[in-house]
Design a protein around this ligand. Structure first.
Ligand code: NVA
Length: 215
């Protein structure tokens, strides 16, 4: 209701065991964490989407058995999903490749982080895991038309899947816009993996709460 987030943090810290916040500005989450005295879980910001990525990593490991030697490719908007996937996939030892249009690259801070891993950011050839996300994220609805044009050619379709490994899996954090970032055909062919990823949001986030709040 307009009070500073620093105050909300201190009030809610007296009522609750933890907060998951889904918002736009990353700073809002960081202020909540700085002023609050309980675990603050980032449920999504414009900058990153770490909880979703825990579920994605869990799904990749379940389907592919291990992370060893895997190459992940992300095609689409260099948004919160892309930023967190780069960090998460590199941290668990996979290589990461991304294709996105000029002007829609991942955050420079994240690219700087990726450099330390010494892996080039390329795209789909021989990928084991192919990932995309919506072209207009929450709060960007007004840019949908402009973005549709910018991302034309960045769709996960049969041609992209033909470049990837024959047994490549596909992930999408949902909601999916069929025939925009992913074709209906590719989506349905990989629906088991995509909905396992959706289920893993529940399990991965239970694990986050256990880790942060276990007494
Ligand atoms: N990039 C998307 C992720 C939705 C789960 C958004 O921020 O809307």
């Amino acid at each position: 209701r307009g009070e500073p987030v620093q105050d909300t943090a201190r009030v809610l810290s007296r009522y609750l065991d933890g907060i998951m916040i889904r918002t736009f500005e990353q700073k809002e989450v960081e202020d909540l964490a700085e002023y609050g005295s309980i675990p603050i879980i980032n449920g999504l910001t414009d900058f990153c989407h770490p909880c979703q990525i825990l579920a994605d990593l869990m799904t990749i490991r379940a389907v592919k058995s291990s992370f060893d030697g895997l190459k992940v490719c992300f095609i689409g908007d260099g948004n919160n999903m892309a930023n967190s996937l780069i960090v998460g996939c590199l941290k668990v030892g996979m290589s990461f490749h991304i294709a996105c249009p000029e002007g829609y690259r991942p955050d420079p801070q994240v690219l700087e982080f990726a450099k330390a891993y010494g892996k080039p950011l390329e795209a789909a050839q021989d990928a084991d895991v192919v990932i995309t996300d919506v072209w207009a994220s929450m709060g960007q609805e007004g840019e949908a038309e402009k973005r549709k044009q910018a991302f034309a050619g960045y769709q996960i379709n049969d041609a992209v899947m033909a470049a990837a490994h024959a047994d490549a899996m596909v992930l999408h954090c949902l909601p999916a816009h069929r025939e925009e970032e992913i074709t209906e055909k590719v989506f349905e062919a990989h629906a088991d993996e995509i909905f396992e990823e959706a289920e893993n949001r529940l399990h991965a986030q239970k694990a986050v709460m256990v880790k942060l709040m276990e007494q």
